[in-house]
Design a protein around this ligand. Structure first.
Ligand SMILES: Nc1ncnc2c1ncn2[C@@H]1O[C@H](COP(=O)(O)OP(=O)(O)O)[C@@H](O)[C@H]1O
Ligand SMILES: [Mg+2]
Length: 253
């Protein structure tokens, strides 16, 4: 059964960047196979991983709902959805990527969603690690296609507003009854040490374990400006070095 790492946080905190770097480091450490799931329609995880994105799951759902006649004779709908999900996976150098997208059409997708849940469960069992780049509102986790995570990593800046939003996400996880084992807080784009006391001074009930911070990284800025992949970062990029040090808390089974 794959070890699920769910990345969460408000927009712009660095979810996609850190999801991509985690996938890269799991590969670097040869810990096993990785499926990166882009579950944020506003994101572009595949591009950040240097991979051509495939068809989205949302697109597949739309297609099957609109054209049920496309299901080949002799094939059950369940098998067809499963097959389509497999064709949506893009294979990269060391990890695969699946882009969830979102169904566009009107109508009820209950049946397809049910089948999708089964297909996703099978898929998750096929990999050693699954890294999910989530939407701020955790729509993917709440839609019940994936209802649990071994490690929840909430990304935040170090401002009171940012941390309050991290605390809200941790509340949301509890409200949605998403089962998570390790609930972690990772501060992004802050150089230097942050004392735990400084975080507790905000007096928030995070229910999250603070694991450390990732510094601002000029290499990431450059790569991002040029629209390049985070696979182009040099091994000594500041963010990569920091994550390499504290990442065991994220990916250790
Ligand atoms: N540690 C960092 N140093 C420099 N730039 C960063 C860092 N983390 C993220 N960024 C940049 O911040 C912007 C938002 O990051 P992104 O990962 O897209 O956030 P999110 O997925 O949470 O919306 C991107 O332009 C990204 O390149
Ligand atoms: Mg993103």
């Amino acid at each position: 059964m794959g070890y699920i790492i769910a990345i969460a946080g408000k927009g712009g905190t660095g979810k996609t960047t850190i999801a991509a770097l985690i996938a890269r480091l799991i590969k670097e450490k040869k810990l096993g196979s990785v499926l990166a799931i882009d579950a944020d329609p506003n994101s572009n995880l595949a591009v950040n991983l240097g991979i051509e994105p495939g068809q989205t799951i949302g697109g597949i759902i739309d297609d099957i709902a609109r054209h049920p006649d496309k299901i080949p004779a002799g094939m059950t709908k369940d098998r067809f959805v499963e097959y389509q999900v497999h064709t949506a996976i893009s294979e990269g150098n060391g990890f695969d990527v699946l882009t969830m997208g979102r169904p566009e059409g009107p109508g009820c997708y209950c049946y397809v969603n049910n089948v999708l849940r089964g297909a996703m469960a099978k898929l998750i069992a096929d990999y050693d690690y699954i890294v999910i780049d989530n939407e701020a509102g955790l729509e993917h986790l709440s839609r019940r296609t994936t209802r649990s995570a071994d490690a929840l990593v909430v990304i935040s800046d170090v401002t009171p507003v940012g941390l309050r939003s991290a605390a809200r996400i941790s509340d949301l996880v509890r409200e949605l009854e998403i089962k998570t084992k390790n609930n972690l807080l990772l501060i992004n784009r802050y150089a230097g040490n942050i004392e735990k006391e400084k975080l507790s001074a905000f007096n928030l009930d995070y229910n999250l374990d603070y694991i450390g911070n990732i510094p601002p990284d000029s290499q990431i800025e450059k790569v991002s400006l040029n629209g390049n992949s985070l696979m182009d970062l040099k091994e000594d990029a500041a963010a990569l070095v920091a994550l390499r040090k504290l990442g065991d808390r994220i990916w250790q089974k």
